[in-house]
Design a protein around this ligand. Structure first.
Ligand SMILES: [Fe+2]
Length: 239
């Protein structure tokens, strides 16, 4: 498994608080069978969380050096979790925001309460420049919890769906859990990620969520989300 949503870099958002904690998160992820992570610090227009793309790239290089020095077989890739705003395509083109592993997928944050107006249009605009929107944890959105089928409107517009492992294992309550399984049954669940923030809470653990997914919809679905995670970083999954 490659984790596509994780707040691994220190002191850049509400994730890790030090390089030591980041390394502990890598150790914990590695012990859970995760082979690599796309680190996705928040980027939200109009807030202090708008890191420069080059800062993230430099920090990822530093993190990889530290991982290697510690003798851990693990790779970190750059990315961001981007708050929904107008002209995401322009922000990508001007190198203001980072796609996942600098490829063709952009992780966009779905708010927890109401759904932003025009989200389907934003998804289609991204498609027109060859970038697929990956919706971060839509199962935690109140409106989608009430009407899970609404996710299909976004899938039709070109979005892929990332569910958080903790939602599948029940860490975020029954509504999020039910909604995540409903997405899986609708064929609208492409990735499972940790959205980890530390080693103490919201941990870099995916196995419990995958076990719950297997129990609910079968092992084939687990295989498909693992393979999909490798495709994002252009790696072939090793047996
Ligand atoms: Fe996140």
């Amino acid at each position: 498994m490659i984790d596509l949503h994780c707040h691994l870099l220190p002191n850049i958002d509400d994730g890790s608080c030090s390089w030591e904690e980041s390394l502990d998160m890598v150790r914990m992820a590695s012990q859970d069978g995760i082979k690599g992570v796309v680190t996705t610090p928040h980027w939200i227009e109009g807030t202090n969380w708008q890191p420069e793309t080059q800062t993230v790239r430099d920090m990822v290089a530093e993190m990889n050096r530290r991982v290697e020095d510690a003798g851990i077989d693990f790779k970190v890739y750059p990315g961001m979790e981007v708050g929904i705003t107008a002209d995401l395509a322009g922000l990508i083109e001007r190198d203001r925001i980072l796609t996942l592993a600098e490829g063709d997928y952009l992780l966009i944050e779905v708010p927890f309460h109401s759904l932003p107006l025009g989200m389907a249009k934003i998804i289609s605009e991204l498609c027109s420049i060859g970038t697929s929107a990956v919706l971060a944890h839509p199962e935690r959105n109140r409106e989608l919890q009430q009407k899970p089928k609404k996710i299909l409107e976004y899938v039709k517009a070109g979005a892929l769906v990332q569910v958080t492992a903790g939602s599948l294992s029940g860490e975020f309550g029954q509504s999020a859990r039910r909604c995540a399984f409903e997405f899986a049954k609708l064929g609208a669940l492409d990735f499972v990620s940790t959205d980890a923030h530390s080693v103490r809470y919201r941990k870099p653990i995916v196995s419990e969520g995958l076990k719950a997914l297997e129990k609910a919809v079968g092992a084939d679905k687990v295989d498909s989300v693992i393979d999909a995670s490798y495709r994002i970083v252009s790696l072939i999954r090793q047996p």
